[in-house]
Design a protein. Structure first.
Length: 239
């Protein structure tokens, strides 16, 4: 069933704004009597029926139920800033796979280095992509897409239970690192060209485990999806 995220706890009746109304009526071709879910990130899905399919659609809240789509482990992705629009694909696919938050991260080999104004504009686009992917995949939350940070700044703020840097130069297999009782993990992925050795050593000094995604070298937009899939499988979140 289609889902929309709202920034309030749905009550007995909900009036959607014009943009959301246009989305469900025009884009999704929903009509009076159709059902959809609303979610505000409180752990519940609210089943609603469309009572009025006008410019500001009116919904009747029929029931609420616990959302069971969120994984048991919180995964924070620190993605080396890639070229072009690759970050958009990364955000979309990783949202579908259950990521909790994404931080575009500047590394030595990041070719794309937008200025502050451009970075903020991109972030607005990224937030919209995360929202749409969360709605499409039935997530219980919309993952946060943070402002761009340097890798050193990102590591200093990282409070995850486990930090993993994926390195094409080799490392531990994930099956030796991930346990089912893991609560939170950070994933560090390099841009095109990967990480420099001093970055790998810096992360290691900060407690990160250096890991491998196999013998093949993955593209920067492939690696985070592969890493998330493996983590979800090893923590029992793909069962």
């Amino acid at each position: 069933m289609q889902k929309l995220f709202v920034d309030f706890v749905p009550d007995e009746q909900v009036v959607l704004d014009r943009e959301q109304s246009r989305h469900i009526i025009k884009s999704l071709r929903m009509k009076k009597g159709d059902m959809l879910y609303l979610s505000c990130g409180d752990g519940y899905d609210y089943g609603c029926m469309i009572e009025d399919a006008g410019d500001e659609a009116v919904l009747k809240v029929c029931y609420k139920q616990p959302n069971n789509s969120e994984p048991s482990v919180k995964v924070s992705l620190y993605q080396g800033v890639p070229k072009g629009d690759k970050m958009e694909d990364i955000i979309q696919k990783c949202t579908e796979m259950g990521v909790s938050q994404i931080t575009p991260t500047l590394t030595h080999r990041s070719v794309s280095r937008p200025d502050e104004k451009s970075a903020k504009k991109k972030n607005q686009r990224y937030q919209k992509i995360a929202l749409e992917a969360a709605q499409q995949s039935g997530r219980g939350i919309v993952p946060a897409v943070n402002q761009m940070e340097s890798i050193k700044s990102a590591v200093e703020k990282d409070e995850s239970q486990l930090k993993i840097l994926f390195y094409e130069g080799g490392g531990e297999p994930l099956k030796n690192i991930i346990t089912k009782d893991l609560n939170s993990v950070s994933v560090y992925i390099g841009p095109e060209g990967g990480f420099e050795k001093d970055e790998v050593e810096y992360l290691r000094e900060k407690g990160a485990v250096i890991a491998s995604l196999g013998k093949r070298i993955l593209r920067t937009q492939t690696a985070p999806v592969a890493a998330l899939t493996a983590i979800m499988l090893l923590t029992g979140n793909l069962e």
